[in-house]
Structure formats: C-alpha cells, structure tokens
Design a protein around this ligand. Structure first.
Ligand SMILES: Cc1ncc(COP(=O)(O)O)c(C=O)c1O
Length: 381
C-alpha cells in the first residue's frame, strides 16, 4: 500500500469515538520484514542493528549532532539530569505533563515553578531571574505543544548565572526555527516517542546532545552504568530502547512527512473555521519555521457562551474526546502544592490557561468532515 493510501481520510458517522489523537500506524504488512530481521538475528535489545540505524537516521532527519534512544521520554528526562549532574533547585514550568517535574523529584531535585507567558504558554524568561537562588543549577523549560520557547532569552539568563538548560522537547519533534532544529538548543533536549506523539515508537524517547563525549556518558547511564563487561562507572538505569521499538521507528520515519503534511492541513482548517467563533482563541505559532502541529489547543475565553468545562462535556456527549492539556497544573498535584513556588499568586498566567484550554483532536487520519463537525459543535454550543 502506498504512503498516501495509508493516510486515506475516511469520513465517518457521529457515533464514532474521536479521541484527541490516534497513532499513525503504517500498514502491518510493511512491518513484517522488520520483524523477520529481528527473528533472524535474535538481537532483541542492547544496542542492536535497528537501534544503531534509528539513532543515525533520526540525527539526519532532525538535523542534530548526537542522539541516544531511550525506552521512554520520562527515563530520558531523568537520565538527562543525571548526565549533567544537576542538583539543588531547577526552574521549570507548571504548565506541562507531570513527567517534567517528576523527573526532578526522581533525582532529589527541588522544582521551582515559574509562570508562563500568555502567547505560547511556555516558561516566561522575564520571570526566571527572580526565582534564581544560590541553589539553582539549571532551567528545565518545555516547548509546549511543539511551539519553541524563547530560547535566546533563556540562554542569556543561563549564561549570566552559569546554569544548565535541559529542554523537555517531548512535543517538539521536527520543529525548526531560523537557525535549524530547536532540539539543538540548550545543553540537552529530550524527546518522547510515546504512542500519542507525532513520531511514535509505541513507547520511546531520546536525548539530543551536542558532542560524542556526552553521548557516551548518556549511553553508559542508560545501560546500568556499564562501560564494559566488568566496569560500572555510575548508578545507571535500564533505559535502553528495544529492537522492536527501534525497527518500528525506522518504518515510521518513512511515513512521517506525509503525516506532518496532513496535520498541517487540519491545523489550517481548524484555524480558518474557528476564526469567527466569538470567544475562541487559537494559539499562534511561536516563530518556528517548521512546525509539527502536534496539538491543536484552543482557549475558551469569557465571550464564549459556555465555560471550557461545559464545552468539553458537550464535545464528549457527541463522542469527541478533547483533552484539557494542561489541567490541573503540575504545581497543583499533592507532591508539589506545598512548595512556595506552587502558590497561585506566583503562577497567574498558567492558572488562567489551565482553566481555559482545550486540545481538539488532531491526527493524520482525522477526516475533514470530522473537523467540520467538531467546529460546528463548538460554534453551536
Ligand atoms: C511535556 C512532556 N514531557 C514528558 C513526557 C513523558 O514522555 P513519555 O510518556 O515518553 O515518558 C510527556 C508525554 O508523555 C510530555 O508531554
């Protein structure tokens, strides 16, 4: 079956459940030859041939110097912090998936939440300096929804205060700005290849790093700290991606450009159809030259005739499962809410966004009919 056929957009009925995303799966028949190779080689993991191939192919596709594959994005985040020996306090955003801050707790690091800025909902550089203390060692921003952070401003602060920057780039596969891949920014960037992401390996993730020496340290850390058969240099973890996931990644790469092109069309259709719906605001792009259209967040403002939660429920009643990413804020979860930086007054923009945002379904096989139906429900609410 051709790539185009595998992305065929089929219109569907109102009783079909539409989730916020659906993984793009190439035809199963295309995966069988990869499985046969694994069965023949009997190499299932530990840096086998597909692992090696996928690391190379992703470096080339993404335009990054070095990349180390992981079991998932969360272990990649935990390991990225270990690789740079981050300790003490780290400045981060409350407006993200909970794994961002959890990676700090798993390293015994205190998260310090700083508010986001209203256009991108990314960490607000203007508010970072006030949160720096003698214990601060790093900044952990998120390119939320794949929209790049203000990387220049963040780097300037990091340079002034001698801080490391690790980007949680879980949403930012393939995103570029004027100077190339945004994944090259900061000291390290971390991707997720979870089933819900633009590029998925069922579960998976990666750390992008600037030099071979850092990659070597990361590779040791994801393999229990082993350097050779008898030498262990760090209390590493098992974060290795298996051959089956890496092989699937190789197949996914063949289809990714078509998948991104269809996402772009859907994004444009939503923007066009929602333009005149009072009270609905679509997030603008953040200056990226290549976007990935990984999410389609809208903000339900006061002029809209219903609350965000009422709209969320109406969509569910119509079998449309939009998601309130990111609500609740990370800083509202029990393990974080006692922190001084988690106070509402400290995070007014994030708190407001968490009450207004709704991510609409976007994935390559979502039909135009369904996009129109979703917008009709929003417009008629
Ligand atoms: C912003 C962000 N960070 C980290 C993660 C964790 O990645 P994974 O699910 O691959 O562990 C996710 C998503 O799952 C995410 O959206």
């Amino acid at each position: 079956m051709s790539n185009n056929a595998s992305l065929r957009v089929i219109s569907s009925s109102a009783d079909e459940r539409i989730y916020v995303t659906q993984p793009h799966l190439p035809p199963l028949s295309e995966f069988i030859p990869y499985l046969e190779k694994i069965w023949d080689s009997k190499l299932l993991t530990n840096g086998g041939p597909f692992h090696v191939q996928l690391e190379r192919a992703l470096c080339e596709y993404l335009g990054v110097p070095h990349l180390s594959l992981f079991t998932n994005g969360t272990l990649a985040l935990v390991t990225a912090l270990q690789a740079l020996r981050i300790t003490g306090e780290v400045i981060t955003t409350p407006y993200s998936f909970v794994a961002t801050a959890h990676s700090l707790l798993w390293n015994g690091i205190k998260p310090v939440f700083v508010d986001v800025e209203p256009n991108t909902l990314n960490l607000d550089p203007a508010k970072i300096e006030a949160a720096i203390t003698p214990q601060t060692t790093a900044i952990l921003p998120v390119h939320c929804y794949g929209h790049p952070c203000d990387v220049e401003a963040i780097q300037k602060i990091a340079d002034n205060y001698n801080l490391k920057v690790i980007y949680d780039a879980a949403h930012a596969f393939g995103v570029r700005d004027d100077s190339g891949s945004v994944l090259r920014r900061g000291d390290l960037s971390v991707l997720s290849f979870h089933a819900t992401k633009v590029f998925n390996t069922f579960e998976g993730g990666a750390i992008i790093c600037p030099d071979a020496k850092t990659k070597q340290r990361i590779d040791h850390l994801k393999n229990f700290g082993f350097v050779d058969e008898v030498t262990v240099v760090a209390s590493g973890i098992n974060g290795k991606m298996s051959e089956i996931n890496a092989a699937f990644g190789m197949l996914q790469l063949k289809h990714i450009d078509h998948a991104l092109a269809r996402r772009k069309e859907i994004d444009a259709t939503y923007r066009e159809l929602l333009r005149d719906v009072p009270g609905i605001r679509c997030l603008p792009s953040a200056g990226e030259t290549a976007a990935n259209y990984s999410y389609f967040p809208i903000l339900v403002n006061a002029e809209y005739p219903a609350s965000r939660d009422a709209l969320y429920q109406t969509l569910r009643d119509n079998n449309i499962y939009a998601r309130r990413y990111f609500y609740p804020l990370i800083s509202d979860f029990p393990m974080y809410r006692g922190l001084p930086s988690a106070r509402r007054e400290n995070l007014p923009v994030a708190a407001e966004a968490a009450l207004k945002v709704l991510c609409l379904p976007i994935y390559p096989s979502l039909s135009n009919d369904n996009v129109e139906r979703i917008v009709r429900i929003i417009a008629d609410c």
